[in-house]
Design a protein around this ligand. Structure first.
Ligand code: PMP
Length: 445
């Protein structure tokens, strides 16, 4: 008997019993191409022996020793590996069991940092509309996804939200060539309106994933935020839960623009799905403030720093490096993006294709010129994701939701191990799926 409370109560979920490379199999023998790495988690693919063995070896030594009094070999090794791949100046790591927990840690850290610094009025954290930072109440208060927030409003924290960097549907009606980074200026306006003396941090997904389907900001945007944070003594938190540890073709997405945030949240890809794991990497200067101050950070989770999860994290980073997967990711991403561009030219309902590395989004529109969205009651994104699943292809449905106006997008984000042959297979099924779905909604009639 299955007593699980599934998120979608009206659907039965296939029972997955096997994973290998980019493929998954259910208990009825059906094979799926995991073209979105679950939720951009399985960065090195499924069933990698090295990782499984590393977990087993650690299990045999010791499975748990509480972080209150003990450290362990694997968590020390993992912290070194994380610092090695992080931008310079980032030199300390805190651990968590996932993305929401990592974001909560960053939130509390920002708050306590300014208390330690003797600026206790700095407590607000600015985020952006159409962002996603997690499902716990603190992280959800930051998240600007209207659909996900609405049922829990007024949430816990009434934090200010700025306009997103969503170039395809610019909040300021600018084309990219006439853009003066108005969306970044909008954040500065918000800082001034709220009072910089009240702002502890600005949190940003460098490339917006689940809510916008791989929306990449214009060059200069992240630099602007960096300078803004320096000017007003605000911490810059990069939420790299989805983008971090190789997914976009660099160690971290901020590396594309050589911007160094004060805090980086990571999860998902860091353990590649082999164990629950999250981390928050911070600059030495933040650590110093705590060290010279109370010498404490009143925070922590029971499973943070768990040696088994840490063993998974170490083995995943080793595997990425040994197989040059981050470099390969950039090339495979370009190949997929070219193929998506061709589909965009071919079909009138593909308004935009975008992304970096192996994090790509396709946005669907009723009219390419006006960018009109489809009637939300059609449930187009869900139809595409469901049809794809029927055809054995897993896509990530993005939860586009601008001020109540829903849009439709999916992400294509296979494991970084994906080969050219597999890419061709993905694109072939994807094209069939979208053709079938748009036929079924009588798009051409
Ligand atoms: N931040 C970002 C940018 C995310 O994409 C996600 C998950 N989609 C989270 C935070 C929350 O992570 P988790 O689901 O592991 O709690």
């Amino acid at each position: 008997m299955d007593y699980i409370f599934y998120p979608n109560l009206k659907k039965e979920f296939p029972i997955i019993v096997k994973g290998e490379g980019i493929y998954l199999w259910d208990n009825k023998g059906k094979k799926y191409i995991d073209a979105c790495s679950g939720a951009l988690v399985s960065n090195i693919g499924h069933g990698v022996d090295e990782v499984i063995e590393a977990i087993y070896e650690q299990m045999k030594k010791v499975e748990f020793a509480h972080r209150f009094k003990f450290s362990n070999e694997k968590i020390i090794e993992l912290s070194e590996k994380i610092i090695k791949i992080s931008p310079k100046e980032i030199s300390r790591v805190l651990f968590a069991s996932g993305g929401s927990e990592a974001v909560e840690t960053a939130l509390k850290l920002a708050r306590e940092y300014y208390v330690e610094k003797g600026k206790p009025t700095k407590y607000k954290v600015i985020s952006r509309w159409q962002s996603y930072h997690g499902n716990t109440m603190g992280a959800l208060s930051l998240s600007g996804n209207v659909a996900r927030r609405v049922r829990y409003s007024p949430l816990l924290l009434d934090f200010p939200h700025a306009e997103p960097a969503y170039c395809y549907r610019c909040s300021f009606d600018k084309n990219p060539d006439e853009c003066n980074l108005e969306c970044a200026e909008n954040i500065e306006k918000l800082v001034k309106r709220e009072g910089p003396e009240n702002i502890a941090a600005i949190i940003i997904e460098p490339i917006v994933g689940s809510t916008l389907g791989a929306a990449v900001p214009k060059d200069g945007y992240l630099q602007y935020i960096r300078e803004l944070c320096d000017k007003y003594d605000i911490l810059f938190i990069a939420d790299e839960v989805m983008t971090g540890v190789g997914r976009t073709g660099k160690n971290f997405a901020v590396d594309h623009w050589k911007v160094i945030p004060d805090v980086i949240c990571m999860a998902k890809g860091i353990s590649g799905g082999y164990a629950p794991l999250g981390a928050v990497a911070i600059k030495e200067s933040i650590y110093e403030v705590f060290k010279k101050g109370s010498g404490k950070f009143a925070h922590g989770y029971t499973f943070a720093g768990n040696p088994v999860s840490a063993a998974a994290g170490c083995a995943v980073i080793d595997y990425l490096n040994k197989n040059n997967l981050i470099e390969k990711c950039e090339k495979s991403g370009d190949l997929i993006l070219n193929k998506l561009e061709i589909l965009k030219e071919k079909y009138p309902f593909i308004g935009d294709v975008r992304g970096k590395g192996l994090m790509m989004g396709i946005e669907f529109v009723k009219n390419k010129r006006t960018k009109e969205t489809f009637d939300p009651s059609l449930g187009l994104t869900e139809r595409i994701v469901d049809k794809a699943l029927e055809e054995g292809l897993m896509l990530y449905g993005a939860a586009l939701c601008a001020d109540g106006t829903k849009g439709d997008a999916v992400m294509v984000a296979p494991p970084l191990t994906v080969t050219e042959i597999e890419i061709n297979e993905i694109i072939k099924i994807l094209e069939k799926v979208i053709k079938d779905v748009f036929e079924s909604i009588k798009f051409w009639e």
